[in-house]
Write a protein that binds this ligand. Structure first.
Ligand SMILES: Nc1nc2c(ncn2[C@@H]2O[C@H](COP(=O)(O)OP(=O)(O)OP(=O)(O)O)[C@@H](O)[C@H]2O)c(=O)[nH]1
Ligand SMILES: [Mg+2]
Length: 483
């Protein structure tokens, strides 16, 4: 497994804050778009849009027609109903009139019957006439009722026809809808060419968001959360925005911009620990408690040994017996001798003895471990200064390298550690350990941006080969989650 594959796997095992954050920033307020600007894709999108528009128009027209037909059917029904009511009323009035006339005639006849016998015949005739008229009226009413029944049947037929037409229109609309769905399904499928060329023309979309102040602020906040520090986060996001305000960016594009910005900052500090002709080259290793000094010495000793250098380790952490034993274990693993002194003895005098021994042995490198120091423990800091003074009695140029070991999980605190150790120990380079233990890692960018101090190596685990030179591009890709 390549080292940076390991970095990415381990660092983002607990997922990268920056990677996840960038996804969220673009998706929040972004819109889906065609992934590529290729003409083919554009034409396809245009054709799909036109087909969708046509289907929509057909659907709208069918719906309009349906509505009109329904309205016409409703009107015809209302008119038929009104005509029926009117006809019934006319027939009723006619029958009433005839009835009243017949009654009047009968009354007049009865009156005149008493006055004049001769009129009796006439009266009888008139009565017969009246009877006949009533019969005719009845026939007329019956005829009227028949006509009404016929009219009703006709209306029913017409209403049924209108209903059938409405049903037909409804079916047409449903068909138009189905055709539209089929068209959309067809458009969603990659064409034959698309399938042949690995789906290049398939329905690919990507979310893009226009870069504005709000988005830039979110990016800045994200970088700060990832331990980059306010100053560096502001500088990085300002550089990223330069000439790009209003431009639409996808997550991948944003990651790529951020990665190149990070790589640009890191590039000047990515330097392996320099090796000199001077023998022994003295490497003093300093840092706060538990930052990984002893582990890093073991890993480095192993690497130098493998590169053909003769290495001696001095267990300058005389504070704890356990520290000496720990270093002896590392020395055995790396196959290099470890010089020790009794617990509680003066580390400066052990350093001096180790210088003498390394000179005698003609060793290429002398690596001196020191006790973990808190920046605010004045006595320990003075002890460290004393080690440096004593070494310089042997070699005024020593130590040739002073490595400050920093724990990536301490975040922004690493910046103040650099400041303080720089003052008392003249730090020449940094090693950042435990990058496998954080999802942030932005502190490295902050360190590079603020101090410009060389970063020699980074630690990714507790095993002897879990230390590697620092590669800015790979680091930037791993940090931003750029594939
Ligand atoms: N995950 C991980 N653990 C590490 C790494 N480097 C060191 N450690 C662990 O961190 C712990 C402290 O490491 P040491 O090497 O003892 O640190 P130190 O700076 O020598 O500590 P003191 O001497 O007590 O100040 C140990 O458990 C190491 O195994 C690393 O890169 N990744
Ligand atoms: Mg130690």
């Amino acid at each position: 497994m390549s080292f940076f594959k390991k970095l990415k796997d381990r660092m983002f095992n607990s997922s990268s804050k920056i990677e996840e954050g960038l996804d969220a920033i673009v998706e929040d307020g972004g819109t889906a778009e065609a992934e590529s600007g290729e003409a083919e894709l554009a034409r396809q999108a245009e054709a799909e849009a036109a087909a969708a528009r046509q289907a929509q128009e057909a659907q709208a027209a069918a719906a309009r027609e349906l509505a009109e037909q329904e309205a016409a059917a409703r009107e015809a029904e209302a008119a038929a109903e009104a005509a029926k009511v009117e006809r019934e009323e006319a027939a009723r009035r006619h029958a009433e009139q005839l009835e009243a006339e017949a009654q009047e005639t009968a009354r007049l006849d009865a009156e005149s019957r008493a006055k004049a016998e001769q009129e009796a015949e006439e009266t009888a005739r008139k009565a017969a006439e009246a009877t006949e008229a009533a019969r005719l009226a009845r026939i007329e009413a019956e005829e009227q009722a028949r006509r009404e029944r016929e009219a009703e049947a006709e209306e029913r037929r017409r209403a049924e026809q209108a209903a059938a037409e409405a049903e037909t229109a409804r079916e047409a609309a449903a068909q138009a809808e189905a055709a539209k769905a089929a068209q959309e399904a067809e458009a969603a499928k990659p064409g034959l060419l698309g399938r042949l060329f690995g789906g290049r023309t398939a329905d690919k979309t990507v979310v893009r968001r226009a870069l504005d102040d709000a988005m830039l602020e979110s990016i800045e906040d994200l970088l700060i959360t990832a331990d980059m520090g306010v100053e560096t986060a502001m500088r990085v996001s300002a550089n990223l925005a330069e000439g790009r305000m209003g431009k639409k960016l996808s997550t991948a594009e944003l990651k790529s911009l951020l990665a190149s910005e990070v790589a640009r900052i890191m590039e000047p500090v990515a330097r392996p620990m320099p090796l000199y002709a001077k023998r022994p080259q003295v490497v003093l290793v300093v840092g706060v408690n538990g930052s990984g000094k002893t582990t890093t010495i073991g890993k480095l000793a192993s690497q130098f040994k493998a590169a053909g250098k003769s290495v001696v380790i001095a267990a300058g952490d005389t504070f704890r017996a356990a520290a000496v034993e720990q270093l002896q274990v590392w020395g055995e693993r790396a196959g290099v001798p470890v010089l020790t002194a009794p617990e509680g003895s003066d580390p400066a005098s052990l350093a001096f003895d180790a210088m003498t021994k390394a000179e005698q042995d003609g060793a290429d490198l002398l690596m001196i471990d020191t006790a973990g120091r808190l920046q605010n423990r004045q006595d320990l800091m003075e002890e460290l200064a004393k080690i440096v003074r004593v070494i310089r009695k042997k070699d005024p140029e020593a130590p040739h390298n002073t490595l400050l070991v920093l724990d990536a999980t301490t975040g922004q605190n690493a910046l103040s550690q650099v400041e303080i150790f720089q003052k008392i120990a003249d730090v020449s380079g940094l090693v950042m350990t435990k990058l496998d233990g954080t999802a942030k890692g932005g502190v490295l960018v902050a360190l590079a941006d603020r101090f410009g101090m060389p970063i020699h190596a980074i630690g990714l685990g507790e095993q002897i080969d879990d230390l590697a030179p620092f590669d800015p591009e790979e680091f930037a890709r791993a940090l931003t989650g750029l594939e």
